[in-house]
Write a protein that binds this ligand. Structure first.
Ligand SMILES: NC(=O)c1ccc[n+]([C@@H]2O[C@H](COP(=O)([O-])OP(=O)(O)OC[C@H]3O[C@@H](n4cnc5c(N)ncnc54)[C@H](O)[C@@H]3O)[C@@H](O)[C@H]2O)c1
Ligand SMILES: O=P(O)(O)OC[C@H](O)CO
Length: 335
């Protein structure tokens, strides 16, 4: 995808979202002497942040850089947006369509800022990746200018934006599976099996979608999968762990205090897997527990007793969703 020229050393940046990742990114950017604005829908958060340089909701003990100004709760003004070098979106995938619909009238397409997206998910109703949501709301020119950051930390550069997005979204579903296994009392051997088979599964899905299989071997793929499946710091792993311990999904979501994208992505992924006809037993197992009321232990036993299959039998006929998306963007399918 093409993108506007890189921003100047000292840029003006507007971060959409004042949650864990948005605040963290705003803080790093502020410390690097960029002028940073951070949008929140909470009036209380905005007031408190501008008075005390602390976030009421997340990273509560951290003193933020004074070069960050919180804005909101109203949507940022066209004037502010048009003065930005970078717009950075750190909101859950379910909120991206609404946010971009509000943003669209303020964008000057002949002078687009750098648009960076860090969310990792699939939209539940439409099963769309973020690239498609951007095309739907702001048009193909804006979508083609968008940049995606994914991976276990600030990540990786790739010419396969669809693969990078799919990898970041899908690993959250496998992290829920790894958490479930840990919650049920399975130990490291099972986790290694889930990471290995999860990687094979996400590579099969990605390849059938039209992404490059190699993207799943980068930091954005196996790197992020490994991190998220191995740490109780992961919200997705934690959701799975608590399900494995017998807690109810509604209660877990209510008390988590932050987004676990794998929960909604599991539903969008089910539709993608059904369309592509890919064998994805782990993703199907997670879907059955989250949305079909199946017991975690029973579904895990079914998974463990499946006969082995050729794990890396990658689709050569695949690629229809990516071709559809490239058509929407007006890009040649093989470009
Ligand atoms: N936390 C991390 O380490 C991390 C790392 C990489 C990527 N991500 C991804 O970044 C995204 C955000 O993660 P987070 O950790 O900041 O989540 P979070 O739940 O801590 O914060 C989300 C923020 O988005 C806001 N928000 C929610 N719905 C919205 C909507 N409809 N419109 C506008 N704003 C809305 C919330 O009020 C909150 O400020 C997720 O997709 C996540 O997978 C997170
Ligand atoms: O806490 P999680 O499960 O949303 O994972 C956060 C990041 O995506 C890890 O790279």
């Amino acid at each position: 995808m093409s993108s506007p020229s890189p921003p100047a050393e000292k840029s003006t940046v507007l971060v959409f979202g004042a949650g864990n990742f948005g605040s963290c990114l705003a803080d790093h950017l502020g410390d690097s002497s960029h002028k940073v604005y951070m949008w929140s829908r909470s009036e209380e958060l905005v007031k408190h942040f501008n008075q005390c340089h602390r976030n009421l909701e997340v990273l509560k003990d951290h003193a933020f850089s004074e070069s960050i100004t919180a804005v909101g709760p109203e949507f940022p003004s066209a004037e502010l947006i048009q003065n930005m070098d970078v717009l950075l979106f750190a909101i859950p995938t379910e909120g991206v369509r609404e946010t971009l619909t509000s943003l669209k009238p303020t964008l000057n397409e002949s002078k687009l800022p750098l648009l960076i997206f860090v969310n990792k998910g699939v939209e539940i109703k439409t099963r769309a990746l973020t690239l498609e949501i951007i095309a739907d709301t702001c048009g193909p020119a804006v979508a083609k200018a968008a940049t995606f950051i994914s991976g276990p930390s600030f990540a990786t550069e790739s010419d396969d934006p669809i693969g990078v997005e799919l990898a970041g979204a899908l690993k959250n579903v496998y992290a829920i599976a790894a958490g479930m296994a840990a919650g049920l009392g399975f130990e490291n051997n099972t986790r290694a099996m889930l990471i290995t088979r999860g990687l094979a599964e996400m590579t099969r899905i990605g390849t059938a979608y039209g992404a490059s299989p190699l993207t799943f071997l980068t930091l954005a793929g196996v790197g992020d999968l490994f991190l998220t499946c191995s740490s109780s710091n992961s919200r997705n792993f934690t959701v799975g762990f608590r399900l494995g311990k017998g807690e109810k999904l509604d209660y877990i979501i209510k008390t988590l205090g932050s987004v676990a994208e794998g929960v909604t992505t599991a539903k969008g992924l089910k539709a993608i897997v059904d369309e592509l006809g890919v064998v994805a037993p782990i993703a199907s197992g997670v879907y059955d527990v989250l949305y079909e009321g199946r017991a975690v232990s029973e579904r895990a036993n079914e998974l463990l007793s499946l006969p082995s299959i050729r794990e890396l039998d990658l689709s050569v006929e695949g690629g229809k969703p990516a071709k559809r998306l490239m058509e929407k963007l007006g890009v040649e399918a093989d470009a």
